[in-house]
Design a protein around this ligand. Structure first.
Ligand code: NAD
Ligand code: MG
Length: 393
């Protein structure tokens, strides 16, 4: 394509793991893609490095106290990139500064910008799964009304998207099977998990990811969040979503149709493939990821059932999905608080499911169709879980 038809891409969470994979793919296609907006949380130095390399039109730092350092750093580097603080992000995402948005902020903090992209009808490459867990119905409705195309950038959901690109094929869908690596503690009994450290929990055997999702993978909450995510993205009830542990992480998920066919997507565990699917769709573009050599990978694909006793978070997520209303928002918020407390060594690993279960029991779900109700459920669950953390420490 000619230069004027380049896609202008906003990368939200640019300094993170998904952000850096997205920028890697974008930089391989200067003729068709440009990083036009880069947004990060508080690391100005890392954001400035990315601005020097990718020369975006706009750079956004969420932490307002870091704004002067960003502005001055851009000027000192001789860049004409405009600096913004976080309160400008939603408006920028909705503006003509971008037509594609990579939503890769971690946690519920990603919801406002994700919703803004959906409302403005952007192509939304959605990695920020917490926004779907917290406000899935609202986000899907907003995307429909805004005319936004959502391409999931979770490897499992991207796999399903590739197996199921047409909404009309979903009439013949019988069930979805999400694969899970099992995380670093696969095969261990519950009693051996009390003393594991944050370092052990974030050392994922197959994927290199940010700290929060790495802990979620270790507790299997990540798979639970993904069950809820799949429900919203593909309109399938929890009763027709299964989870299979697949330690090689080469089969990224499967879909089964009423005629007995099962389709799966396979590839190396590298998020650049999913990002290239989203950035190029409906065309295929190079991602820098090599193809799969099943023999070199050991010639085996193994599958086993998840251990729900050692890893109760998966069950809690299924229960929250079945309960509906504000329950998934409560689950997500309590989990964010618990994971952050675990990473700061305030609570142990087994306190993560305990805190989530306790918060869900204390705050019965109510019907939720507005952002206000969901945001209040999120705040209330955080207050409850934070008080429980304080009692534990
Ligand atoms: P990460 O911790 O590596 O990066 C998070 C990014 O978000 C950073 O750039 C940080 O600066 C930014 N950020 C945090 N708070 C912010 C705020 N308030 N405003 C603006 N920016 C903010 O995390 P990650 O592993 O890249 O994951 C990002 C999201 O993608 C998560 O929702 C995660 O669940 C999802 N995801 C990640 C992977 C993966 O392989 N890493 C796979 C599937 C889904
Ligand atoms: Mg995933």
């Amino acid at each position: 394509p000619a230069a004027f038809s380049r896609l202008e891409v906003a990368v939200l969470g640019a300094t993170g793991s998904i952000g850096s994979s997205a920028l890697d793919v974008i930089a391989r296609h200067p003729d068709r893609l440009r990083a036009s907006v880069l947004a990060a949380g508080r690391n100005v130095g890392a954001l400035l490095d990315l601005c020097r390399r990718h020369r975006p039109r706009h750079a956004v730092i969420d932490d307002a106290s870091a704004f002067p350092a960003l502005r001055d750093g851009l000027r000192a580097a001789g860049l004409d990139t405009r600096a913004h603080a976080g309160d400008a992000l939603a408006a920028l995402v909705a503006s003509d500064a971008c037509d594609t948005v990579v939503a890769a902020i971690v946690g519920a903090a990603g919801l406002p910008s994700t919703l803004a992209a959906a409302r403005a009808g952007k192509r939304l490459l959605l990695a920020n799964k917490e926004s779907l867990v917290l406000a899935g119905e609202l986000l899907m409705r907003t995307a429909r009304e805004g005319g936004a195309t959502i391409v999931p950038i979770d490897s499992e959901h991207n796999a399903i998207f590739q197996c199921l690109p047409d909404a009309h094929a979903r009439g013949g869908l019988r069930r979805i099977v999400l694969t899970a690596s099992g995380g670093p503690f696969r095969g261990r009994g519950r009693d051996t998990l009390a003393a594991v450290t944050p370092e052990q929990a974030v050392a994922h055997p197959k994927w290199s990811m940010g700290p929060k999702i790495s802990v979620d993978s270790a507790t299997l909450m990540n798979k639970g969040l993904e069950v809820i995510e799949a429900h919203h993205l593909f309109g399938v009830p929890g009763t027709r979503i299964d989870v299979l542990v697949h330690p090689q992480s080469l089969v990224h998920s499967l879909v089964e149709f009423i005629d007995g066919s099962t389709l799966a997507q396979l590839g190396l565990p590298d998020m650049r493939t999913a990002l290239a699917v989203g950035l190029g769709w409906p065309e295929r573009i190079e991602s820098g990821v090599s193809g799969l050599d099943l023999l070199a990978q050991g010639g085996r694909l193994d599958f086993e059932a998840p251990d729900q006793e050692a890893f109760p978070c998966l069950r809690l997520a299924f229960e929250a999905l079945a309960a509906g209303g504000t329950a998934p928002a409560t689950l997500n918020a309590a989990n964010e608080v618990a994971v952050s407390a675990f990473l700061q060594r305030q609570v142990g690993f087994l306190s993560i499911p305990a805190l989530v279960e306790d918060t869900l029991a204390a705050l019965p779900p109510i019907a939720a169709d507005t952002l206000e109700v969901l945001a209040e459920a999120d705040r209330e669950a955080r207050r409850h879980a934070e008080a429980a953390v304080t009692r534990l420490t």
